[in-house]
Ligand binder design. Structure first.
Ligand code: DX5
Ligand code: ZN
Length: 219
């Protein structure tokens, strides 16, 4: 599965970018919310997602790179998010935040920065719907993939199998044709892509090409 990030597109043409994501065959639209505190950049808040909601039937995958996300969950739920992912490093109350998301009937995701080990989120692994392994330092699109993060994906995949857990595993940052097969072979379910997706003119062909690379049928 693929989640193109609108961060790689043009915010002033959000409706067109969402249509381009949908017609490419991707499954999700990924929204990168940055607060200028947890990460240096500021992008947009819940209103942007709310305004985009009527424009698209895509699954809205909202990645909150914000401090103390518990203050804003209700607002992002109302805005029309389908999945809300919060950072393990951004709150002292991760269990409470994840419970708030689930109680609102949305999928609850947890993201970990490159410097955060899988063991840090061990207590919530049986409880979460989704785990997002940051494969760059969060804050900017277009950065280089940190290959050391592959071991976290392998670890999460084997823990899932051993314990019968059902979370999906995502990776975010620096993903494209070069590393997609390794990621999927290691246990990845969902690739977030900003720059590699939006730099393609023919996005549907790009998604087909990625599928072919993953299946080992690329020419
Ligand atoms: C980074 C964001 C990513 C970003 C990925 O902080 O969370 O979702 O848009 O962009 P690329 O694919 O360009 O690394
Ligand atoms: Zn993201």
């Amino acid at each position: 599965m693929y989640a193109p990030s609108i961060l790689g597109g043009d915010f002033s043409r959000a409706g067109e970018e969402l249509r381009a994501i949908a017609s490419s065959g991707a499954d999700y639209a990924h929204f990168d919310v940055m607060d200028g505190s947890f990460v240096p950049e500021i992008t947009f808040g819940a209103k942007f997602i709310e305004d985009c909601r009527p424009l698209s039937d895509l699954i809205f995958d909202v990645h909150l790179m914000i401090d103390n996300p518990e203050r804003h969950i209700e607002r992002f739920v109302k805005a029309g998010s389908d999945r809300i992912t919060v950072h393990a490093e951004a709150t002292n109350h991760i269990w409470r935040v994840l419970a708030m998301i689930k109680e609102a009937g949305k999928e609850a995701g947890i993201a970990i920065n490159p410097g955060t080990p899988v063991s840090f989120i061990e207590p919530v692994l049986p409880f979460v719907d989704y785990i997002l392994v940051m494969t760059v330092n969060p804050g900017y699109g277009g950065q280089r993939f940190i290959s050391h993060m592959m071991s976290k994906i392998a670890d999460l995949d084997s823990r899932r199998t051993e314990n019968g857990w059902s979370y999906l595993i995502g990776a975010d940052g620096g993903i494209g044709k070069k590393n997609i097969k390794d990621l999927y072979d290691t246990g990845l379910d969902l690739a977030v892509m900003g720059s590699s997706f939006f730099s393609e003119d023919d996005k549907a062909s790009y998604i087909k090409e990625l599928d072919a690379v993953i299946n080992g049928s690329a020419s």
